[in-house]
Write a protein that binds this ligand. Structure first.
Ligand code: ADP
Ligand code: ZN
Length: 765
C-alpha cells in the first residue's frame, strides 16, 4: 500500500478525501498510465452521468495528484464500498476518442507485452492527449546573435552538457524545438535553461509550424499497366479485400519489383470500397519521396512520424479519426491511428528492426498490425525483399499467404555482387584499409562515366576505437560498457550509448603510455579518405551527425537526385527507399560489422542489410555493380547474398535456429535488470530466473542465464539479463501468460532494481 493511504490497486482512499455525497450513478473502470497491472474504479457522480463512457478521457484523483486516464468500462454495480470510492473529476472529451476496436487492441497489447492497459493506451494516444489542455504551442531554442567559439570554450570543460547543446545549436544555425534537441542529445532541459540564464540562448513559445513533410515533393506517375506478377498479387489482395475478410499476405518482392505500386493499387480499391488504410514504413524511409507517392495518388494523406511536434501529431490524429484523411502513412506508432473502417494495413520493409519499440511498452508494430487487421476484418500486407525469418516461416507454414515478385519492373537482372576479401588487401600506411583496389577502380570508372556511387558503412564517427598498444586497453565510457568513438570534426570522443563526450586523451588513461591509436573506420573517416583519393569528386556524408535536421537530409537527397553530387557516403540512413537511376555503384565498406554482434539474428541482419543497400544500384537504365568488402568472405550470409539466394539462406538459417531453439522455432521473453548496485542487480536476476523457471518449466519453458548483458553497464547502471524460451505455439498458450504474470509482479516488487520486460525481443544488447 502506498504511504498516502491509497490502495493503488483499487483507487480507494482512507480516509476518503472527497466522498461522493449522493449515491454514484455508476462506476467507471479507468486505465491510468502507470505500471500497475489493473485498472482503477472511480464513482461517477450524478452530474457526469452519461458523459462518462468507455473511450473518453477523464481526470481523476490519484493519491495527492490528478491524473488523466481513459475509461475502459462502465459498471452499474461495484463490490467496493461506494461511499469510500473517489469520484471522477472531469470528463475531457465530449465523444469517445478511443473507439471500441482500439480499446480492444490496447487490451490485447497490454496482456501480450506485459504492461498495464493504461500504458498500452498511452502508446495509442498522441502525446498531447495524455495531458490536460493539449498544447498548440511548442518551445523553440535559438542561439543569441554573436555567441560562438568563445562561449563554447568557456563551458567546454566544466559543463559538458551545456557545451554539447550549444555546439549543436550553433551547428543547426536556426531555432529548433527544445524537446527535439534535448531528446537527440539525451539530456534533460536543465542545460538549456542554464544557457538561457547565461543569456546565450533564448527560448520562445511559438505556434507549432506545419510539418515540412507536408510540402509537395516529387511525383510518381501511375504506370499504365502492371507487370504480370504485380497483376497476380493485386488480384489476390483485392479479392480478399472485396470479400471483407481478414488475411495476412507476405509480399516478397526483390528490390525494384514494384511493391509500392501493389500497395497503391490495393489502397485505391479500399478507398473505393469506402474503407481506410494505414501504411507503416521505417522511420528513415519516411522521406518526401515516399510521402508524395502516396499523396499524389490519394490527395489527403495523414503523416505520423517521431519528429513531429505534439500539436502536429494531434492534427494528424484528428484528421484520421474524422475521416478527412482516409490514408495514414507513418512510422511505428501509426499502427494505432484511429482510422475508421480500416480496410488495409501495409507494413513495408516488414523485417526492419525499427518497427520494434525499444522503450516501454516494447511492442512490435508489425505484429500489432496483424492483430489489428484480424480484429478489424482487414487485409494486412507485409512487404519485403528479405522478410524476417518469423514472417517467412509463417508464410511457409500457411499462416500467411505468400505472393512473390521475382523480377524487377525494369526487366533488369539483379545487380552483380562482387565479394572482396579484405584480408588480401595491403594495409594503408595512414590508417585502416578502407577501400580495396577493386572498389577504387570502380569508383574512378563511375566518376569518369559521369555516374553516381553510394558508399555504405554501418558506423558513424571517425574511429570507433582509441587503443593503447602498450597495455592493449581501449578508451571506454565512464558510464557505459562500450568504447568511445572519436569524432574528428568536433574533436571529441563520444559514447554512442549515452552521448557523453570527452576530449580525447593524449595519453592512455590506463597506463599513461604517450600515444593512442585510432583503430577502425566510421563514416567520417571514409568520407575523408575518399576526399583524399578522389579530390575532384563532389561528396556528401549522410549520417545522424551531419543530418541534424530533416531539411538537411532532404536537401542532400535532392542535390544527389539532381546530379549535383557524385558520391554519397552514409550509414543506415541511405540504405532505404532511395531511388536514383544514375547510381551504378554501391560499395559496402565493411560488411562484417553487423555479423559480430552478440545476437542470434546477426546473420539475418547482415543479409538484409546487404540486399537493401545493393538494391540502391542499377535502378535506371544502366547495370548496377555492388562491391562487398569483408574479412569473412565465406560466411553464409555474405555468400548467399552475393548469389541473391534468400530462400537458400532462410532454409539454412531456419534449420540452425531450430537446433538452437531460437525464433521462429521458439518464442522469447527477455528480461533486463538494471541497478547502480551490481550485486543487487545480480541478486534480482537470480531470484527472477529461479521463479520463472519454476513457473514455466511444466509448460516447456527454459530460462537461459542470468548473465551480464552484452552492454554490461549503461549510464552508470549495471545490467544483467535472462532469456526465457517458450515453445513457439502448441497446447500451452498459458505458458506465456504465466510468465508474463510472474514478471509483472516481480517488477512491481523490485522497486530498486529496474526490471525491463521485453516480449519477442529484437535487440539483444
Ligand atoms: P520496390 O519497392 O519493390 O523496390 P518500387 O515500388 O520502388 O519497387 O518500384 C521500382 C520502380 O518501378 C519505381 O520507379 C516505380 O515507379 C516503377 N514501377 C513500378 N511498377 C511499375 C509498372 N507496372 N510499370 C512501370 N513502372 C513501374
Ligand atoms: Zn556512455
Amino acid at each position: 500500500m502506498a504511504d498516502d493511504g491509497t490502495d493503488p490497486a483499487r483507487g480507494l482512499l482512507f480516509p476518503a478525501a472527497e466522498k461522493v455525497q449522493t449515491p454514484p450513478s455508476a462506476y467507471a473502470r479507468v486505465a491510468l498510465n502507470r505500471p500497475l497491472r489493473c485498472e482503477f474504479t472511480y464513482a461517477v457522480p450524478q452530474a457526469l452521468a452519461g458523459a462518462v463512457r468507455p473511450g473518453v478521457r477523464v481526470a481523476v484523483p490519484f493519491g495527492s495528484r490528478r491524473l488523466i486516464g481513459v475509461v475502459v468500462a462502465l459498471e452499474e454495480e461495484c463490490d467496493l464500498d461506494g461511499r469510500r470510492l473517489r469520484a471522477v473529476g472531469d470528463v475531457l472529451d465530449p465523444e469517445p476518442i478511443v473507439d471500441a476496436g482500439l480499446l480492444e487492441l490496447s487490451r490485447w497489447f497490454a496482456d501480450y507485452y506485459a504492461c498495464s492497459w493504461g500504458q498500452a493506451l498511452a502508446a495509442v494516444l498522441p502525446g498531447s492527449l495524455k495531458r490536460e489542455g493539449g498544447r498548440r504551442r511548442v518551445r523553440v531554442v535559438g542561439v543569441v546573435e554573436g555567441v560562438g567559439e568563445a562561449e563554447l570554450a568557456e563551458v567546454a570543460d566544466r559543463y559538458p552538457k551545456q557545451h554539447r547543446l550549444l555546439r549543436t545549436l550553433l551547428e543547426i544555425g536556426e531555432p529548433i524545438e527544445v524537446r527535439a534537441v534535448t531528446r537527440r542529445l539525451k539530456i534533460s532541459e536543465h542545460p538549456c535553461r542554464s544557457l538561457e540564464r547565461r543569456g546565450w540562448v533564448t527560448i520562445e513559445r511559438v505556434v507549432s509550424a506545419p510539418d515540412p513533410l507536408l510540402s509537395p515533393g516529387p511525383r510518381r506517375k501511375k504506370p499504365e499497366s502492371l507487370t504480370g506478377e504485380q497483376e497476380v498479387a493485386v488480384g489476390a489482395l483485392v479479392g480478399r479485400l472485396e470479400a471483407a475478410e481478414y488475411g495476412t499476405y507476405l509480399l516478397q518482392g526483390v528490390t525494384g519489383s514494384g511493391k509500392t505500386e501493389v500497395y497503391l493499387r490495393v489502397i485505391e480499391r479500399a478507398l473505393e470500397l469506402g474503407r481506410g488504410a494505414i501504411v507503416l514504413v521505417p522511420e528513415i524511409a519516411l522521406t518526401p519521396q515516399t510521402v508524395s507517392w502516396f499523396r499524389s495518388r490519394f490527395g489527403e494523406v495523414a503523416i505520423l512520424h517521431s519528429g513531429m511536434t505534439d500539436a502536429q501529431r494531434l492534427d494528424m490524429w484528428t484528421k484520421a479519426r474524422s475521416g478527412q484523411a482516409r490514408v495514414v502513412v507513418g512510422a511505428r506508432s501509426a499502427i494505432f491511428a484511429p482510422v475508421p473502417d480500416l480496410g488495409v494495413i501495409v507494413v513495408d520493409e516488414e523485417h526492419e528492426p525499427s518497427f520494434k519499440q525499444e522503450s516501454a511498452p516494447r511492442y512490435h508494430a508489425r505484429d500489432v498490425a496483424v492483430v489489428r487487421a484480424r480484429s478489424a476484418g482487414a487485409l494486412c500486407v507485409l512487404g519485403s525483399a528479405t522478410p524476417s525469418l518469423e514472417s517467412w516461416s509463417n508464410a511457409r507454414e500457411g499462416r500467411y499467404e505468400r505472393l512473390a515478385l521475382t523480377e524487377r519492373v525494369s526487366g533488369r537482372s539483379m545487380p552483380a555482387i562482387e565479394i572482396v576479401d579484405m584480408r588480401r588487401e595491403k594495409p594503408d600506411r595512414t590508417g585502416p584499409k578502407l577501400f580495396s583496389r577493386r572498389l577504387r577502380t570502380l569508383l574512378e570508372e563511375t566518376l569518369e562515366r559521369g555516374k553516381q556511387a553510394i558508399l555504405f558503412l554501418n558506423r558513424r564517427g571517425f574511429a570507433p576505437v582509441l587503443w593503447c598498444r602498450e597495455c592493449n586497453e581501449s578508451v571506454r565510457c565512464r558510464q557505459c560498457d562500450v568504447t568511445l568513438t572519436f569524432h574528428r570534426r568536433i574533436g571529441r570522443a563520444v559514447c554512442h550509448c549515452c552521448c557523453e563526450e570527452v576530449a580525447p586523451p593524449k595519453a592512455c588513461p590506463a597506463c599513461t603510455a604517450p600515444a593512442l591509436h585510432y583503430l577502425g573506420g566510421g563514416s567520417e573517416r571514409v568520407e575523408s579518405a575518399l576526399a583524399a583519393f578522389l579530390p575532384k569528386a563532389r561528396l556528401a556524408r549522410m549520417d545522424s551527425d551531419t543530418m541534424l535536421r530533416r531539411e538537411d537530409y532532404e536537401r542532400t537527397l535532392e542535390a544527389f537526385g539532381k546530379g549535383e553530387l557524385d558520391v554519397l557516403v552514409g550509414t543506415q540512413m541511405i540504405a532505404k527507399g532511395l531511388d536514383f537511376p544514375d547510381v551504378v555503384l554501391v560499395g559496402i565498406v565493411a560488411a562484417d560489422s553487423a555479423l559480430h554482434l552478440p545476437d542470434f539474428r546477426a546473420a539475418e541482419r547482415t543479409y538484409q542489410l546487404l540486399a537493401q543497400v545493393s538494391g540502391r544500384a542499377g535502378r535506371g537504365a544502366d547495370e548496377g555493380r555492388i562491391v562487398v568488402q569483408t574479412s569473412t568472405p565465406d560466411h553464409p550470409a555474405i555468400q548467399r547474398a552475393a548469389r541473391n539466394d534468400y530462400e537458400g539462406f532462410c532454409d539454412q538459417e531456419a534449420a540452425l535456429r531450430g537446433e538452437l531453439g531460437y525464433p521462429p522455432h521458439a518464442r522469447l521473453i527477455r528480461v533486463v535488470f538494471e541497478d547502480e548496485d551490481g550485486a543487487r542487480a545480480g541478486e534480482a536476476a537470480g531470484r527472477c530466473a529461479a521463479g520463472l523457471s519454476a513457473c514455466t518449466q511444466a509448460h516447456g519453458g527454459t530460462v537461459l542465464g542470468p548473465a551480464p548483458a552484452p552492454i554490461a553497464m549503461l549510464r552508470g547502471r549495471h545490467r544483467r539479463h535472462l532469456l526465457l524460451k517458450l515453445p513457439a505455439r502448441g497446447s500451452d498458450a498459458d505458458a506465456a501468460a504465466t510468465a508474463r504474470g510472474f514478471l509483472i509482479r516481480f517488477a512491481l516488487e523490485s522497486p530498486r532494481t529496474r526490471v525491463l520486460i521485453d516480449v519477442d525481443p529484437v535487440s539483444m544488447l
